[in-house]
Design a protein around this ligand. Structure first.
Ligand code: TYC
Length: 103
C-alpha cells in the first residue's frame, strides 16, 4: 500500500485545556470637577496598591482624558474595589465614581 500522509495512525492530536482563564473586569475611574487630585491619588495607592508615581499618572490620565484604568481583577475583587472607592469618597464628601468593564 502506498504511503498516505493523511493516514490516521491512531495518535490522539486533540488537546483539551485543563485550565480556565478567569474573566477579568477592569475597574475604570471617572473624572469629575469636585474630587481633589490628592484624594484620587490616595485611593489609587490604598485601594489599588499603586506606587505614588503610578497613582499620579493614572489620576492625571483620568483628569485629562475623562477616564482611566485602575487595574483588572476577578468580578468579586473588582466589585469590592469599586464599593470601597465609593465608600471612601462619600465619607469625605466627594462624588468620585468608578465602574466595571469586562476585559
Ligand atoms: N478633575 C479633578 C480636579 O480637577 C481631579 C480628578 C481626577 C477627579 C481624577 C476625579 O477620577 C478623578 N480636582
Amino acid at each position: 500500500m502506498p504511503h498516505d500522509p493523511k493516514a490516521d495512525h491512531g495518535v490522539l492530536e486533540e488537546t483539551r485545556d485543563k485550565t480556565q482563564k478567569p474573566t477579568l473586569y477592569k475597574v475604570i475611574l471617572l473624572n469629575d470637577d469636585y474630587t481633589t487630585m490628592e484624594f484620587v491619588v490616595q485611593v489609587l495607592e490604598e485601594v489599588f496598591h499603586k506606587t505614588p508615581a503610578e497613582a499620579y499618572r493614572i489620576m492625571m490620565q483620568v483628569h485629562t482624558q475623562g477616564h482611566g484604568i485602575c487595574g483588572a481583577y476577578s468580578h468579586e475583587v473588582a466589585e469590592t474595589k469599586v464599593a470601597t472607592t465609593h465608600d471612601l469618597a462619600r465619607r469625605d464628601g466627594f462624588p468620585l465614581q468608578a465602574t466595571l468593564e469586562e476585559e
